[in-house]
Design a protein around this ligand. Structure first.
Ligand SMILES: [Zn+2]
Length: 460
């Protein structure tokens, strides 16, 4: 990609940081030079290479989406809603996501996998997020290539499994097989050597043992030690299904959170997705250890399960937000996080717009030890998510933060800058052909849908 130049971006509202606190500035400019914010000023900067000057824009720090799956959920979408693909109303993790992704990777060519990755990163960008943390099977290294060429800020998190082949039998019982922890750690190391800090640090890795039931004690200990040696974040799935909780209880006499704590995994560098089956005691433990919950409300709402941001936050756990791949409308996900919290608690005052916005900006960045992200201030990274608040459904307007969380959606994402490069302008990708990217990616996914095992999973 070309080296970033200077860009001046006008905001009728700018969510900036002053003395460590968020502040809404009216009618300000953000000037970026190279990969950094060089000024936040009420006067129009002179001589910028590129100028974004439209009325009614809300300029936010580039939003951080800390849990997403481009590949597996592309396989599931429009097939697995309304209860399809579930056995006994249980999770589709073991009937659709794990088995069909594993098979899909095998039958697609490198170019076809790359096409899927490009299509899904396009969706992420158009969904409003500048940074994504993306766990995926290590048979899709093309995720890194697509991220590098499309400009998103990327934490690739290639999975490690003790049992890479976990799938439900006819009764819905999960059968675990495979033993490739050592091979997965070697694959992770190779990807780390190739990709970590590419493009001046925009591309990075996270350590990603898949989940408590698919990773045994040795692999969890070894991978955690490796992550801490390298200073990379650790992300996993935790208490995401009832069967996972039952499996860990039967194997170790512990809850999934207690299992991770027993192994020394639970700490301030752990980002644990979902936690919907965590007990109050588990959440207290996570708060005490400084671990974060990655709340993905919509994918659980799809299955009739409440994943309430406000429940996790009320236990004092650092609570951040991800889209989990299913519907990568990050503004819509923020709305769902707020809405579901209010329904779950019966309280209108929980999960407020400022709390939700902080969870995808100023709270998210320190959780991955990136103080230069998630804020608009002199010297911060030049990542901006720009929302067009001039749409009819967003007027009249009193509070831009409430408008963002309660009224806006991905169709209002007007511009996106990552690391000083404008990737979206007027809501469109400026660095590639959207229609061609979508056509190629969708054709690749349809090849997986045509597999007999896919037909069986969706129709059985
Ligand atoms: Zn996930």
């Amino acid at each position: 990609m070309r080296e970033p130049g200077t860009t001046a971006v006008f905001g009728s509202f700018v969510l900036a940081e002053r003395d460590g606190s968020p502040v809404i500035l009216r009618d300000h400019w953000v000037l970026t030079e190279g990969r950094w914010i060089a000024a936040v000023t009420p006067t129009r900067p002179e001589g910028a290479d590129e100028v974004l000057d439209e009325p009614g824009r809300f300029v936010l720090p580039g939003l951080l989406n800390l849990h997403n799956h481009c590949f597996s959920e592309a396989v599931a979408r429009t097939h697995s809603e309304d209860g399809v693909g579930r056995k006994n109303n249980q999770s589709i993790v073991y009937t659709v996501l794990l088995p069909l992704t594993k098979r899909g990777i095998e039958i697609l060519s490198r170019e076809e996998r790359l096409a899927v990755a490009r299509m899904r990163i396009l969706q992420l960008l158009k969904g409003g997020c500048a940074t994504v943390m993306e766990p995926f099977r290590n048979g899709i290294p093309e995720m890194f290539e697509a991220a590098e060429e499309m400009g998103i800020r990327f934490y690739g998190a290639p999975y490690l499994f003790s049992t890479s082949d976990a799938k439900a039998d006819a009764s819905g019982r999960v059968i675990y097989s495979g033993d490739d922890g050592a091979a997965d750690l070697a694959a992770w190391d190779a990807l780390h050597a190739r990709w970590e800090r590419r493009d001046a640090g925009r591309i990075r890795l996270a350590m990603s043992p898949h989940a408590t039931d698919t990773c045994g004690p040795d692999l969890l200990r070894t991978s955690t030690a490796r992550a801490r040696e390298l200073g990379v974040p650790i992300t996993t799935h935790l208490a995401q299904s009832k069967s996972e909780v039952a499996t860990i209880q039967a194997r170790y006499g512990r809850t999934p959170a207690e299992y991770l704590d027993w192994l020394g995994v639970m700490g301030p560098d752990l980002l644990a997705a979902h936690c919907v089956n965590s007990s109050d005691g588990d959440l207290g433990l996570m708060a005490a250890r400084g671990a974060a919950v990655l709340n993905c409300p919509r994918v659980f709402a799809r299955a009739g399960t409440t994943a309430a941001f406000g429940r996790f936050a009320s236990h004092g756990v650092r609570t951040l937000i991800g889209t989990d791949g299913y519907n990568m409308d990050f503004l819509g996900e923020m709305n769902a996080a707020a809405m579901i919290s209010k329904i779950a608690s019966g309280q209108a005052g929980v999960a407020t717009a400022p709390e939700i916005i902080a969870a995808v900006t100023a709270e998210a960045a320190p959780a991955i030890h990136r103080p230069e992200l998630g804020r608009i201030a002199l010297g911060a990274a030049a990542d901006l998510s720009v929302i067009d608040l001039s749409h009819p459904h967003l007027q009249p307007l009193y509070d831009p933060c409430r408008a963002l969380v309660w009224l806006a959606n991905r169709a209002n994402v007007d511009a996106l800058m990552v690391d000083g490069r404008v990737l979206l302008r007027d809501g469109r990708l400026v660095i590639g052909d959207e229609a061609a990217i979508v056509a190629a990616g969708a054709a690749s996914i349809r090849k997986i849908w045509d597999l007999p095992e896919a037909r069986a999973a969706f129709e059985g």
